[in-house]
Design a binder for this molecule. Structure first.
Ligand SMILES: [Zn+2]
Ligand SMILES: [Zn+2]
Length: 327
């Protein structure tokens, strides 16, 4: 994504929602937020959130399950309505992130320039959160990272008309507002809350998984990156915040690996499976989790690993652990 297209993306993903929040705060001060706005916000938050988590991330980027064509289109369309970029671009950046997580080449690592001290840490966190979107040379080659998504004509269509899906993500809550209030003003504030304000909150939750999820939190697995599990972020991110689990087993349909690790996306996938709308759901049993955890303990994971791999991490991991994991 370069040039004009890139700046449209930045406008949508960063600036517009910010204006929306400012407008909403002004309206809130004048007590112009009603229950209809909250309903529009809630519905759109769930649609876009599942679109990103279940659709873009688990279905498209990691092929954690398979589903019917209409549902694949629905999830990708819902993901596009989140306004985080077209599916092809999103998946390319994300697969690159996994391939070189927290190493040079990772599009959004908080450790990208290794500056010392508090200032360096804040700079890194900002970069991982959303600073990376403003990088001039930001581009992950889809031919290299997601030829499968490129071959999918539905995904090409949604990517090509991405801006229309984002606009639909504003029009739809407007329609909800209109239906509930019967006024044009209700349609406008519905679009504001369910559209722009929702972009702001939902996107910052996703960005927080990339920034906080590689910085603060618990590590169950000594993965060769700095990924963390961030419990308090799990509900709002639909389970994406079990990020250390996810980096340990990227293809797993479930990111929560214990019964108490709330993972709404995984519940949705399980529900679809029960309804025979999803199959080939990737599950990692406890035995395999333990085996891999042990292997990584020996290897010494994380950024402070004992040795810097000379070979790409994937190759090294395969050789050392004997388990092949792509994306
Ligand atoms: Zn990550
Ligand atoms: Zn991932």
């Amino acid at each position: 994504m370069d040039g004009r297209e890139h700046y449209t993306f930045i406008l949508i993903s960063a600036l517009l929602p910010l204006f929306g929040v400012v407008a909403a705060i002004v309206l809130l001060w004048n007590k112009l937020v009603g229950p209809a706005d909250m309903v529009a916000f809630g519905i759109m938050y769930v649609i876009a959130g599942l679109g990103v988590s279940t659709g873009y991330h688990r279905l498209l980027a990691h092929r954690a399950f398979q589903t019917t064509r209409p549902l694949r289109i629905f999830f990708a369309a819902a993901g596009a309505m989140a306004g985080q970029g077209p599916p092809i671009t999103w998946v390319a950046h994300h697969r690159r992130h996994h391939r070189v997580a927290d190493k040079p080449g990772d599009p959004h690592s908080p450790y990208h320039d290794e500056e010392p001290g508090l200032k360096g840490a804040l700079k890194g966190l900002w970069h991982a959160h959303m600073g990376w979107l403003f990088e001039r040379g930001l581009s992950s080659d889809p031919m290299r990272y997601c030829p499968d998504i490129l071959r999918d004509k539905d995904m090409r269509f949604i990517s090509k008309h991405f801006t229309w899906f984002v606009l639909a993500g504003v029009a739809l809550p407007g329609l909800i507002g209109f239906t509930l209030t019967g006024t044009l003003f209700g349609a406008m504030t519905g679009a504001l809350w369910g559209g722009l304000v929702r972009f702001f909150f939902a996107n910052h939750v996703t960005y927080a998984v990339n920034s906080i999820g590689h910085y603060f939190g618990r590590r169950r697995f000594a993965t060769p990156d700095e990924s963390r599990n961030v419990g308090w972020l799990a509900l709002f991110s639909f389970g994406e915040a079990w990020h250390n689990n996810h980096h340990a087993f990227p293809r797993s349909a479930s990111h929560g690996m214990r019964w108490y690790e709330l993972d709404i996306s995984a519940l949705v996938i399980r529900g679809l499976e029960r309804l025979k709308l999803a199959d080939h759901v990737i599950r990692i049993d406890r035995e395999r989790q333990e085996a891999k955890a042990l292997a990584w303990e020996k290897l010494g994971g994380g950024r402070h690993a004992r040795s810097t791999p000379a070979k790409p991490l994937a190759e090294r991991r395969t050789a050392a652990v004997g388990i092949v994991d792509v994306e």
